[in-house]
Write a protein that binds this ligand. Structure first.
Ligand SMILES: [Ca+2]
Ligand SMILES: [Ca+2]
Length: 242
């Protein structure tokens, strides 16, 4: 009888231990987090893209910004007017104002500017063969958004239509090639010229914020010019470590 009591006691203790352990596991699952690394590679041909007049220009991506948050879109409203902060990012590849604008909403730990190509010692555009990299910690129900300008355009930028879920419904972290999530948008703030040759595009324009006002809205680029398929010039990959 005494032995039986001990066995029963052990069984109860074991059950309690398993139950508490399961509770911890369930709890941990609900708050799953991971450290993510994003790599943005310019894989465009080093010979350049062919402009409307037949000359070549290098495909380049400007410095940009990423945010990790719950909101589907912090940078713009599709079919809405661009903010001044978006205009500076889209026209001159400058994410500083957009970063400052979002800082109080998002918090510095959940956002960052990417502007130094890997291996470089100072900020600069992303030219063929180079990459930007950044990392952050994200948890379930959070989303990643990023934005950068299409170099040598008037006001075009890459961004997803909506921020990307960092975990799927089964709790698996976002991993792999996410290039196809990036779309090419027109900020609607400056009239488009042929990419690579327009005199109101960097590096030809005399100063930043130069160009004819468009008074339009943010929408996917749709003009008479030719742009490369995104997957032919950019590769964006994400990895997660839990
Ligand atoms: Ca435009
Ligand atoms: Ca301009």
């Amino acid at each position: 009888m005494f032995v039986r009591k001990i066995v029963l006691g052990l069984a109860v203790a074991a059950t309690a231990f398993i139950a508490s352990h399961m509770a911890v596991t369930t709890n941990a699952k609900a708050k799953r987090t991971a450290t993510f690394k994003v790599k943005i590679e310019n894989i465009a041909n080093a010979d350049g893209l062919t402009s409307a007049d037949g000359t070549k220009y290098p495909f380049a991506l400007s410095p940009g910004l990423f945010v990790v948050n719950h909101k589907k879109q912090y940078f713009f409203d599709e079919n809405g007017k661009a903010s001044m902060a978006l205009e500076l990012q889209a026209e001159d590849g400058n994410p500083e104002t957009l970063s400052k604008k979002l800082l109080t909403k998002v918090g510095s730990i959940n956002m960052g500017i990417f502007n130094v190509p890997t291996g470089a010692d100072k900020p600069g555009p992303l030219l063929p063969g180079s990459s930007y990299e950044f990392s952050f910690t994200g948890s379930e129900n959070m989303k990643l958004n990023l934005i950068a300008m299409y170099g040598q355009s008037n006001d075009l930028f890459y961004a997803p239509r909506v921020a990307l879920d960092l975990f799927d419904q089964d709790g698996n972290p976002l991993m792999g090639d996410i290039t196809d999530k990036l779309l090419l948008w027109d900020a609607g703030t400056e009239i488009n010229q042929a990419p690579g040759i327009g005199d109101e595009q960097a590096p030809r324009q005399k100063m930043a914020n130069t160009g004819k006002a468009e008074n339009g809205v943010v929408k996917l680029v749709s003009d008479s010019f030719t742009y490369p398929n995104t997957k032919d010039v950019l590769r964006v990959t994400i990895t997660a470590a839990q």
